[in-house]
Write a new protein. Structure first.
Length: 384
C-alpha cells in the first residue's frame, strides 16, 4: 500500500579515532556517574526508609524563687514548673502570680478604660477581664482613671508584668526516650519493622539520653539568663542517617543536638518570647482587700485561685531522617535507569557526524540512512 513503510536499525562501522574517542569518553563519564555517584555516593543499592519516631520526656529538678521585696524564698520542683505536650515541653524560668477570688472589680485591659466615655461599659457584655456590670468605676490609685466594672476573677492581672526569675532552672535534667521505626525494613525475626531505641537499658547517660536545660539552650547559642524573663519558642531536630547493613547497633542520631528558634523574632512582631498561664491551686490564701474590689462570699469562705503566668523556653522535638539497607530491586532500578543514559553517547556522536564534520557530513548521512523499494521486481535502493 502506498504511504506505508517500515524502519529498521542499520549497523554502520565507521573507523574513525576521533569519533571513537568521543563515544567511549562519553560512555566512561556515564558509567562513572552511574557507578560512583548514583550507586556509591547516593547509596542507590539500598532501600531507603523514612524514619518514624516518637519521643518521651521526663524532666526533673529543683528551683527557688526569691521575693525581692520580702526576701522570702519558695522552693519549686519540676512538677510545679513543667508543662508537657506531645514530643515537647515548656519549663518556667520566671513567674508572675496573682491571687484571685470571684467578685467584682475594675477591668485591667486598655479596652475597658471608660474615663472619656462611660457608654462603652455595657451590662452583660464580655470583655478581656470578665463580664461587664455596666458601671464605670474608679480604677484605684491617684491617677483618677476609670475602668468598666466586671464580674469575674478579681483582681485582674496587672497590665505590666512584674516577674520574678527562678534560680537553678538551667540545671533541670531532661531525659529523652527516643524510639524510631523504619517501615519496610524487617527486623531479624521478620515479624515487624526494624526498631531503634536509645533506652540503653533505661540507664540515664549524660550526652546520650540525658541533658540539662543549660546544655540544650547552649546548643542554640543561648543561656537561661537571656530568655528567663521573656521566654523562647524553639525546636530540636533529631536526625537519623543509618546504614542498616552495618547492623542496628551502628545506628544513632546525629549529635550534638542543636535547638533553633521556631519564628524569627525580628519578623514576628505580634508576640515575642513565650509564656503560659495556669492555675496553681484553689482555695489557698486570702486575696488582699483592694479599692473597688468586692469579693463574693459563700458562707465564711471565698472561691479563691492562684493564677500563674510563667515565662520560659518551649522546646519541641522532631524525629527525621532515613534508614538504608541493601536491596536487589533498588540496585536494579538504579543501574537500569543509569544504563539508559548510555544512549546519550550515540546521540552526541551522531550529531557530530551529521552537523560537525564539514564536507564529510553528507557522506556520513549516506552511510547512516538508506531507502529501499520492495516490489515484484525485487528490492531496489533509492539514491538521493
Amino acid at each position: 500500500m502506498v504511504g506505508l513503510s517500515y524502519t529498521t536499525q542499520k549497523s554502520v562501522v565507521i573507523r574513525s579515532w576521533r569519533l571513537g574517542a568521543l563515544y567511549y569518553a562519553i560512555v566512561g563519564v556515564v558509567l562513572s556517574y552511574v557507578g560512583w555517584y548514583l550507586v556509591y555516593l547516593k547509596h542507590g543499592y539500598q532501600l531507603r526508609s523514612q524514619a518514624v519516631g516518637n519521643i518521651g520526656l521526663k524532666i526533673k529538678g529543683q528551683a527557688v524563687l526569691r521575693d525581692a521585696a520580702t526576701g522570702l524564698e519558695t522552693v519549686y520542683d519540676a512538677n510545679d514548673l513543667v508543662i508537657y505536650e506531645p514530643s515537647g515541653f515548656f519549663v518556667a524560668t520566671a513567674l508572675m502570680t496573682t491571687l484571685q477570688a470571684r467578685g467584682r472589680c475594675p477591668g485591667m485591659d486598655d479596652d475597658e478604660a471608660c474615663t472619656e466615655d462611660a457608654s462603652i461599659c455595657r451590662a452583660g457584655a464580655f470583655s478581656a477581664s470578665g463580664r461587664m456590670t455596666g458601671a464605670c468605676v474608679d480604677a484605684g490609685g491617684s491617677s483618677g482613671e476609670k475602668r468598666c466594672e466586671i464580674e469575674g476573677w478579681c483582681p485582674g492581672e496587672p497590665e505590666d508584668d512584674r516577674v520574678n526569675v527562678l534560680e537553678n532552672v538551667g540545671n533541670f535534667t531532661v531525659f529523652t526516650r527516643i524510639s524510631v521505626e523504619f517501615p519496610g525494613i524487617p527486623n531479624k525475626k521478620g515479624d515487624g519493622n526494624l526498631l531503634w531505641t536509645n533506652l540503653n537499658g533505661t540507664e540515664p547517660t549524660m550526652g546520650w539520653n540525658l541533658w540539662t536545660l543549660n546544655d540544650l539552650l547552649a546548643s542554640g547559642g543561648m543561656r537561661v539568663e537571656d530568655i528567663a524573663k521573656k521566654g523562647w519558642d524553639g525546636r530540636l531536630d533529631v536526625q537519623f542517617d543509618c546504614d542498616l547493613d552495618r547492623g542496628i547497633e551502628s545506628c544513632a542520631p546525629k549529635t550534638p543536638y542543636k535547638v533553633r528558634q521556631v519564628t524569627d523574632s525580628e519578623i514576628n512582631t505580634l508576640s515575642k518570647g513565650y509564656n503560659i498561664r495556669w492555675v496553681s491551686a484553689h482555695n489557698v490564701g486570702e486575696p488582699a482587700p483592694m479599692q473597688g474590689v468586692t469579693y463574693n462570699q459563700t458562707g465564711n469562705s471565698k472561691d479563691v485561685r492562684l493564677l500563674v503566668k510563667g515565662y520560659g523556653p518551649r522546646i519541641r522535638f522532631a524525629v527525621d531522617g532515613v534508614g538504608r539497607k541493601f536491596d536487589v530491586l533498588a540496585l536494579s532500578t538504579t543501574v537500569g535507569a543509569g544504563v539508559a543514559f548510555l544512549g546519550i553517547a550515540s546521540l552526541v556522536v551522531n550529531a557530530v557526524m551529521m552537523y560537525g564534520s564539514g564536507k564529510k557530513s553528507k557522506q556520513y548521512e549516506n552511510w547512516l540512512f538508506a531507502e529501499f523499494n520492495d516490489d515484484s521486481y525485487g528490492a531496489t535502493e533509492n539514491n538521493s
